[in-house]
Ligand binder design. Structure first.
Ligand code: 1BN
Ligand code: ZN
Length: 385
């Protein structure tokens, strides 16, 4: 098993994924103690000042005043050493073993999809990828449903599209929705080369990365059972919209899924993964996620930072992005966040260009996202987060 955690955690000789709760507890205890001791220090300081002033009025001997001042100093310095306190620790202490997310496996799933070619609606790559995703999910023992719907693409006709839904622990009431889009854009409208702008993109990051992380999570949970329901949804027709046109021209799969949600079981919340595989990716706290699901954002980003992935899960805000989570939030009321590489309110240089290929993918980015989501799911399953 890999031992590549942050130095502080590694020095304890524990696996990165085993230590997360301990690390969190220590962090909160330290924070709490610091507050208590600074307050104590202030109280002792002002108490000493007033005592010395009063004694001065009482004409006390200077040596007695000096002794009291020295005692106060000792107390102040003593507090600074953060001696153990009896502060109650209200953080969850339940231990849970979090299995490793295999970055090489996820990376191979990106390669596989890219090798199918562009996966825009009506393409050969689209059909081959649909079948491959379904087969992978069935091989994990998941219950798979193909939800077909007609997708109308502006000026490009109507295509048969498919949301792929896979249920892990279908009988368990407490459920989390995990989603990504599996189609790729039919044009490279931002390409620097004007001649290439009509070509479909490979979508290594914009499409394949989210699917790859979800498939690796499906593999891990099928081999390491947990007591939580997971609804994996692979949305189709997310990326066929019109730039500057109607918002509704994007995210057709999530719109259809949201309008046709079966009655009964509803996931408590959802996480969308979009563009989660690029080198140097950063995931800001995106506007729609913050509007509809600030608690989920806080939970995921704090967890990511506590696991040593703070350089991905950054504490910056990003303007709202039209993406599948917008329609799930608007149409179903299920709070859903988007983990998306959108630094400083803009996409990477490769976005919607022919450069969105394997060269932009970094298996460490895939691992960071996958390991944080896995930790979240396993902790949720025992109520440890
Ligand atoms: C994200 C990645 N999206 C498409 N590729 C969604 C989107 C739609 C972002 C419209 C901006 C505008
Ligand atoms: Zn896109």
């Amino acid at each position: 098993m890999e031992r590549t955690g942050p130095p502080g955690l590694k020095s304890k000789g524990l696996f990165k994924n085993e230590v997360s709760i301990v690390g969190l507890r220590e962090f909160f205890i330290t924070q709490y103690r610091f507050k208590i001791t600074s307050i104590n220090r202030e109280i002792i300081f002002y108490w000493s000042l007033s005592a010395i002033t009063k004694l001065n009025y009482m004409h006390m001997h200077r040596w007695k005043m000096a002794a009291i001042a020295a005692l106060a100093c000792c107390l102040i310095i003593g507090c600074k050493n953060d001696a153990p306190t009896t502060v109650p620790d209200n953080k969850p202490t339940k231990q849970v073993s979090i299995p490793p997310f295999q970055r090489d496996s996820a990376f191979s799933y990106v390669v596989k999809q890219v090798n199918f070619g562009p996966r825009n609606l009506g393409s050969e790559g689209h059909e081959a990828t649909r079948q491959w995703i379904v087969d992978k999910l069935k091989a994990c023992g998941l219950e798979v449903i193909e939800q077909n719907f007609p997708a109308q693409i502006a000026n490009a006709g109507t295509y048969e599209a498919t949301n792929i839904i896979a249920k892990y622990n279908p009988g368990v009431a407490e459920r989390v929705l995990m989603a990504a889009h599996w189609d790729t854009r039919y044009i490279a409208e931002k390409d620097t080369d004007i001649e290439d702008r009509d070509d479909p993109i490979l979508g290594a990051d914009d499409g394949a990365s989210g699917v790859a992380v979800l498939l690796e999570i499906a593999r891990v949970v099928s081999e390491n059972p947990l007591d939580l329901g997971i609804d994996f949804v692979f949305f189709d027709a997310e990326d066929q919209g019109t730039n500057g046109g109607s918002t509704d021209s994007w995210c057709l799969g999530s719109q259809y899924w949201s309008r046709n949600l079966p009655a009964g079981q509803r996931p408590t919340y959802g996480i969308l993964l979009d563009m989660v595989g690029a080198k140097g990716a950063t995931f800001p706290k995106e506007g729609i996620s913050m509007h509809y699901a600030p608690d989920i954002v806080a939970k995921v980003w704090q967890l990511g930072q506590s696991m040593g992935y703070g350089h991905y899960f950054v504490n910056t805000r990003a303007t709202p992005i039209t993406d599948d989570h917008q329609f799930v939030n608007d149409l179903t009321g299920i709070p859903m966040i988007d983990i998306i590489n959108y630094p400083n309110g803009s996409f990477g240089h490769y976005h919607h260009t022919s450069d969105d290929d394997m060269d932009v993918i970094d298996r460490n980015t895939l691992r960071a996202v996958g390991q944080v989501v896995l930790a979240l799911l396993y902790k949720e399953s025992v109520g440890a987060i």
